[in-house]
Design a protein around this ligand. Structure first.
Ligand code: CO
Length: 169
C-alpha cells in the first residue's frame, strides 16, 4: 500500500506550547517514523520552507528534515554537533513557526554532525553554508530554542505585528 502523506499544522510562536520543550531521542525506527518524516516533508513544502523540526508539528522527538535543493532531502534523527568552524556564514534567518519575520544572523559555516537515518543506521557528515545554517537552526528547535528568544520585549512586539500582517496576506 502506498502511504498518502498529510500536511500537519505547524505550531506558531508565541501561542503554541511545546516550542520551548526539549525533545527526546527517537528509539523506534519503524514504518511509523518513515511515514511521519514523509508528513513533515509535505508539510514543509506546503509552506515553502527549507527545514522543519518535529517539535514544530507538536512531536517532541529529535528528528529534523532539510530540503534546500528539490532532489536532496535530508532527514537527521538524533543529530549531535561534533564540530563547528570558526568561519561564519551569514543568512537571513526565518522560521515556519515565526512566519513573516526574518533576521540576518551568522552561524558556523561548516559543521560535522553525527546522526541516524530513518533506518537507525549511524551517519557522520559534514555540512557547509546554507545546509550547515539550516541544520543548526533546526537543531535549536530540538532543544526548545527559537531564534526570536533573545530579542528584546520591544522587538518581540514588532515581530508579532509583522506576523499578523503576514497572516493577513
Ligand atoms: Co524554525
Amino acid at each position: 500500500m502506498i502511504y498518502e502523506p498529510k500536511v500537519l499544522p505547524i505550531l506558531k510562536w508565541p501561542e503554541a506550547d511545546g516550542l520551548h520543550e526539549v525533545s527526546v531521542a527517537v528509539t523506534e525506527f519503524d514504518v511509523g517514523l518513515q511515514q511521519f518524516a514523509y508528513d513533515m516533508l509535505v508539510t514543509m513544502k506546503a509552506s515553502n520552507g527549507v527545514g522543519l523540526a518535529a517539535p514544530q508539528v507538536g512531536v517532541l522527538k529529535r528528528l529534523l528534515i532539510i530540503c534546500i535543493e528539490d532532489d536532496k532531502q535530508i532527514v537527521l534523527v538524533n543529530p549531535e554537533l561534533i564540530e563547528a568552524s570558526k568561519a561564519l556564514f551569514k543568512w537571513n534567518e526565518g522560521c515556519l513557526s515565526v512566519p513573516g519575520y526574518y533576521e540576518n544572523r551568522e552561524r558556523p559555516e561548516r559543521i560535522a554532525v553525527k546522526f541516524q537515518n530513518l533506518l537507525g543506521e549511524p551517519q557522520d557528515f559534514e555540512f557547509r553554508g546554507l545546509y550547515a545554517f539550516a541544520i543548526q537552526h533546526e537543531m535549536d528547535h530540538l532543544d526548545g530554542k527559537l531564534f526570536v528568544d533573545g530579542a528584546s520585549e520591544l522587538k518581540r512586539l514588532r515581530i508579532k505585528t509583522k506576523m499578523k500582517k503576514a497572516a493577513k496576506k
